[in-house]
Design a protein around this ligand. Structure first.
Ligand code: MRU
Length: 348
């Protein structure tokens, strides 16, 4: 990809405003926490790994701007900022995972004073940034090994470079298969209501020169009935210890259709998306979005005033519908309780 989704740039966060794609490629320059929190909430930056790194950079921003001179006061400020950022999007566990890594590093440096704490935060933020790049390449290799040649692939929501620091997860596997010379064609769910598939996947796939066809989400089952589909591959926002997976609303319906048609259904995500504290999908908080995204999406009213709306941003795909979960550690097959790594505690 010739673009950088997010970067730390001399005291500020530079990121693509994904709400403006595909029409405009605009970079935001974020210099304060309220602006960052708004950017995460309104999906200017989105995708579980990307918002994890955005939050880590947020703590760095808070640390650089803090006037606290005592370690305790400095730490309390950071903790407050971390809690604010943690609550911006409740489902993607990478957000809390990255913040916990940052807080842990600053806690460990407490005895050495504020300057050392700042240095520790800077190092950890950069380590998280690099870690995302390396794990994506690794898991994309594992994912590509499951993609036959030729392949007809269905995907849902954006999981490419825009959803991560670089390259992507599920879409990364497709990029790698394509780079290996495999003949791949992607059926792209448009991903209602905010169209991450139509706006972002199609944009990325076009950049990579990968053949792709856009479909409405409710067309996927019919495509499986009428075409020889090789596999579905999607990302994740949180994976429970038993493999139940939270991902963009519509993933569960896609998995059900895949099961019915005998199409393998893969989840591709870094270990940082595994939440060992969630025993099953029941323990995963599901974010609900405002009605406006459904009834007034992109500035056009599509339902009468006063229409009651239910708008979960994610759904939970039960583990029995998942053929395998791909991480940077390999391809994990059921039973996931014993095959899944227990989350990413340390950075490689
Ligand atoms: O609401 P979004 O766009 O942040 O939802 C994103 C997804 O559901 C992705 O599939 C998931 O975060 C994985 S991104 C590599």
């Amino acid at each position: 990809m010739p673009v950088t989704t997010i970067a730390w740039d001399d005291g500020m966060i530079r990121m693509i405003d994904q709400t403006r794609l595909p029409g405009q490629l605009i970079y935001l320059e974020i210099r304060d926490i309220p602006t960052l929190a708004e950017a995460i909430r309104s999906l200017r930056v989105r995708g579980a790994p990307a918002i994890g790194v955005a939050a880590a950079f947020g703590l760095l921003l808070a640390a650089e701007q803090s006037t606290a001179t005592r370690p305790e006061a400095f730490f309390d400020e950071l903790q407050e900022t971390a809690e604010l950022l943690r609550n911006t999007r409740p489902t993607a566990v990478n957000l809390g995972w990255a913040l916990d890594h940052m807080l842990e590093s600053v806690r460990a440096a407490r005895a050495q004073g504020v300057t050392a704490m700042r240095t520790a935060l800077r190092q950890k933020a950069m380590a998280l940034y690099k870690n995302d790049q390396t794990v994506n390449r690794k898991l994309a290799e594992y994912g590509a090994s499951l993609i036959p040649d030729p392949a007809e692939i269905i995907t849902h929501c954006n999981t490419g470079a825009l959803a991560t620091v670089d390259y992507g997860t599920a879409l990364g596997a497709v990029f790698t298969a394509h780079a290996q010379g495999k003949k791949v064609h992607v059926w792209v769910d448009e991903t209602r209501p905010l169209l991450q598939g139509a706006r972002l996947n199609m944009w990325e796939l076009q950049h990579e020169g990968i053949p792709a066809t856009l479909i409405c989400d409710n067309t996927a089952a019919f495509v499986m009935a009428r075409r020889e589909i090789s596999l579905c591959i999607v990302g994740a926002d949180r994976i429970a210890a038993n493999g139940d997976t939270a991902n963009k609303i519509g993933t569960y319906a896609l998995a059900l259709a895949a099961k019915h048609h005998g199409v393998p259904f893969y989840i591709a995500a870094p270990c940082s998306t595994i939440d060992p504290a969630a025993a099953s999908g029941e323990d995963i908080p599901v974010e609900e979005r405002g009605a406006d995204e459904i009834v007034n999406g992109f500035g056009r009213r599509t339902a009468p005033e006063g229409a009651r709306v239910y708008a979960p941003a994610f759904d939970i795909t039960p583990n029995e519908l998942i053929t395998a979960i791909i991480t940077e550690k390999g391809v994990h097959t059921p039973p996931f309780t014993s095959s899944l790594p227990s989350g990413q505690k340390t950075l490689d």
